[in-house]
Design a protein around this ligand. Structure first.
Ligand code: NAI
Ligand code: 13P
Length: 314
């Protein structure tokens, strides 16, 4: 056994947890995976871990963080959040939940254009690991980086996290746009205008606007809106084929976080008066308040306005 061998625990054995485990295994790491189906105790498993990586869907984050709150971790253990969602009851991001429950360990957010199936196939990809703690970000960068996986550090974890989370709502819209065969112009307009509304929400959360031009903002938006590997895109596409939301979700393999994220985002934007027209039409479509045709007409018939890229907060 090499002396510099790192112990890494991955929590969550879904599509993303499995792909992340595969990436870490390519480096000098001893990897163990824990899921809620595991017989072993999570506390025992993490007691010797240098890095603990959470890749569960948003609904599992608080339960897992509470388990780690009472576990005895190595003093230098770094926590990594790879979840892309918002908590329904609190509107918190996964990193905010982690930070509030396990505040004494450095936290790193991992997010980027990372469709797990392509990563499992060994295709080239890049991601971002973001933290207020540079050493922790660099440590995680080295654990994941390989010939086919290029890892950048970043110091805006909330921006990186929200880029990955908010684009899931937009991927539903773009899946529906493609499902209706509305064309490349419509799709490109939808993506470009959606990025502006993602930035508006990001600024409310305290993110740096420029973060969203990077891998976890524009990068992930493009990946998810251009691939039928994306579960969120699949949900939108299926609705455009006439399926109900429940039927669409049932047809998709794994978690499409954008459905819950749309609900939470609309609660926040109503409360904080943030303009999120595309996400709002997605929300109303998913709630069954409007048809897809009405959503398209509603977006096209909004009041004419300047593009206003200098003042993205408005
Ligand atoms: N699959 C992908 O390509 C990527 C997924 N993600 C994000 O990673 C997260 C997980 O996604 P996937 O692995 O694809 O989903 P999945 O549906 O394949 O797996 C979900 C995982 O979360 C766990 N989980 C769900 N509810 C739980 C609960 N209440 N308590 C404890 N654990 C619970 C499940 O046991 C499973 O391990 C999502 O937030 C997703 O947006 C991020 C990047 C890429
Ligand atoms: O986040 C992802 C790619 O970066 C995965 O997207 P889906 O959750 O829509 O499959």
């Amino acid at each position: 056994m090499k002396s510099d061998l790192k112990n890494v625990t991955i929590i969550g054995s879904g599509a993303w947890g499995s792909a992340l485990a595969d990436l870490v295994q390519r480096n000098d790491c001893h990897v163990q995976i824990w899921s809620r189906q595991s017989q072993s105790s999570l506390a025992a498993l993490v007691s010797n871990s240098d890095a603990i990586i959470s890749a569960v869907s948003i609904k599992g984050v608080r339960t897992i963080a509470e388990k780690l709150q009472t576990a005895k971790l190595l003093p230098h253990a770094v926590l990594v959040s790879a979840t892309k969602g918002l908590e329904p009851t609190t509107g918190k991001t996964p990193s905010q939940i982690w930070q509030s429950l396990v505040p004494n360990h450095p936290l790193v957010v991992l997010s980027g254009p990372n469709l797990s199936k392509e990563i499992m196939e060994g295709k080239p990809a890049a991601t971002v690991v973001a933290s207020y703690n540079d050493d922790a970000a660099q440590f995680i960068q080295n654990i994941f980086a390989s010939r086919n996986f290029r890892v950048y550090t970043n110091s805006d974890p909330i921006g990186v996290e929200l880029g990955g989370t908010l684009k899931n709502v937009i991927a539903i819209a773009v899946g529906a746009c493609d499902g209706l065969n509305l064309g490349t112009n419509a799709k490109s307009a939808l993506i470009a205008r959606s990025l502006i509304e993602i930035i508006r929400v990001g600024v409310y959360f305290g993110a740096q606007p420029e973060t969203f031009w990077g891998l976890s903002g524009l990068g992930d938006l493009l990946a998810t809106c251009n691939s039928n590997l994306s579960r969120n895109y699949q949900v939108g596409y299926a609705i455009a084929q006439g399926l109900s939301l429940d039927e669409a979700i049932a047809q998709v393999q794994g978690t499409a976080e954008g459905v819950n994220t749309a609900n939470v985002l609309i609660e926040i934007s109503d409360r904080e008066k943030i303009s999120v027209p595309v996400s709002r039409y997605v929300y109303r479509l998913l709630k069954g308040e409007i048809t897809l045709q009405q959503a398209v007409e509603g977006l096209m018939e909004r009041d004419l306005k300047p593009e206003n890229l200098e003042n993205l907060e408005l």
